[in-house]
Design a protein around this ligand. Sequence first.
Ligand code: TXA
Ligand code: MG
Length: 310
Amino acid sequence: QVLREGGLVAFPTETVYGLGGNALDEDAAKKIYAAKGRPCDNPLIAHISCAEELEPLVKEIPEAGRRLMEAFWPGPLTMIFPKSSKVPYGTTGGLDTVAVRMPDDPIANRLIALAGVPIAAPSANTSGRPSPTTADHVWQDMNGRIEMIIDGGPVGIGVESTIVDVSSPVPAVLRPGAITMEMLREVLGEVTIDPAILGPMSPGVRPKAPGMKYRHYAPKAELTIVEGEIKEVIAKINSLAAEKLEEGLKVGIIGTEETVGCYPAGDVKSIGTREDEATIAGSLYGILREFDNDGVDYIYSEAFATGGIG
Ligand code: TXA
Ligand code: MG
């Protein structure tokens, strides 16, 4: 009822908590942008509860889109389609395309089905902050700004859905996420990656997902990732931490189950185990938020491999 009347409801999905509003109602989109403090050229993803709900939102479903739907929906995959006239520009940030996703979470699915409309849902964080993986994170950012939060416990995956543009001749990944390059290649063969997301952005290069050009998922502290052979990484982090601690600053350290014992000083947290990288993805945003709450000035983290969920 809240959604049908144009209000906002935060709800769990398998990736991160979403901040939902009616995707066909421009005023609801405006409320979402206001609650998040998000620039309104950064488009929203329309969430649906079953495959039949896709057709009215899009002009056509390209072959690549059909194959990906079959393989990964419901699930952590968002696809970009040419939009139909039903979808307002207020939802798509003025673009002629629309992002659509069918989440694989029983609460999300039931909520969307009961609302009877597609639900626009960005991550339910204040723009720029790490995304929420628990209802408590949502409460911290959205209390007093939205009508309702549905608490479904901690999410399963903890990082966002992968975004694939299927409206271009060769499907392109616009945002990496829980569906990996390896999984996409298996279904599609050829897939490209938007060059703007691979490294530091050079002037003039514009990411095709407008959201990727803004600072995002950022903790308040300055975060440094240290790469290399693990023994050297530990030594380097310890010496960087010692320097800052000596200056009287607060230091956070991100290690793993395998290494947390190797850091004698600082606010040391384990992000999970290298044996199972899904645990690392699952803890990432929560740990960054804990460091925000602890008021640390600098965070040093071990690096992780970039294949798979990495
Ligand atoms: O896992 C997820 O996808 C979560 C959960 C709640 O479903 N949602 C999410 O939404 O991450 P949000 O709004 O935080 O991120 C949406 C991203 C932004 O980078 C935006 O620029 C991009 O999707 N996007 C949306 N529509 C687009 C379009 N038509 N073309 C290109 N990029 C688009
Ligand atoms: Mg987001």
